[in-house]
Design a protein around this ligand. Sequence first.
Ligand SMILES: *Cc1c(COP(=O)(O)O)cnc(C)c1O
Length: 379
Amino acid sequence: MKPATKYIHAGANPDPSTGAIMTPIYQTSTYVQEAPAVNKGYEYARSQNPTRKALEDAYAVIENAQFALAFSSGVAATDAVIKLLAPGDEVICGNDLYGGSYRLFTKVFERFGIRFIYVDTTHAENVQHAVTAQTKLIWIETPTNPLMNITDIVAVAAIAKAGNILLAVDNTFASPALQNPLDLGADIVMHSATKYLGGHSDVIQGALMMNDAGLREKLYFIQKSCGAVPGPMDCFLVLRGIKTLGIRMKAHCENGRIIANWLRNHPKVGKVYWPGFEDHAGYAVAKKQMRDFGGMISFELKDNSVEEAKRVLSSTHLFSLAESLGGVESLINHPATMTHASIPREERIKNGLSDSLIRLSVGIEDAEDLIQDLEKAIG
Ligand SMILES: *Cc1c(COP(=O)(O)O)cnc(C)c1O
């Protein structure tokens, strides 16, 4: 089945009791049983809920996976993966991860004796060099936030396989419409469904997709034991969001391409970070493993000061100043003072996050209007 059809029909089965075409919001905590342990497969809603089941079926379909699990947020999904590990285990991670993943790893799980080793995964040999007998998991993100660094999933998957190590890929930025890590050899895909899957900035949710039944059992056990499950209303919203994923991503990519090229030719704009540029360091790998390059773009101003960035950030009208990404509406963000403010300035600049760096989540409005908005703001 072609993706556009898949997104609309994924997980959709008419409701057995009424024929409702959309799975209803089963707002219930428990299910009446005919006799002790005689039930319809539903006992208690932390363990099973029909709305969540429909969404989990949809999640599996859109990532070409055998199984999927829904969580109350992206970080709750990440948390569940790390709970597969034990004290003494090591995780090799990318060195420019989503800030919330970095915080979860360093501030929560290091206290439990799990070690995280951060390497530049854009060169797969750095991952190879960091492997030890204790390495149990490799955690990567591609493209990364906000510099759009690209990691070769196939190359890292080969290292993981050879070492009998699990590979998990945070696929939030690309979305399943642009990249399917399981097809490239990953063991687990993680999504912040808050972003492109929900797509309308109205829900917080996370997802894990996998092919191995044993791995699914372990993660399901963690999901029901730790309890970070999404409510049925949130599952309904993401189910609805997924239906338009194909057409939305097409529009995000089209607008992204137009705006990245426009920025690049603007006299006041410095470096533009977008993996669709042929001179982007990750272009060849991105072209190989992604279907298109997305609507996430970062750029520097030639006047590379926090003040000038702040002036631009407070002058847009269509681009709303906010954290998050992946919704139909365009957002603008200043990593230095917003999403990445907790990183000390020197370290931030060493990592390539300059004072004036601005990140755009290009929405699906008309590109001409978006450009006019940026033109007025940049001046
Ligand atoms: C937002 C985000 C997360 C965390 O997801 P939440 O739904 O906010 O918990 C993880 N990874 C990436 C790349 C994200 O953008």
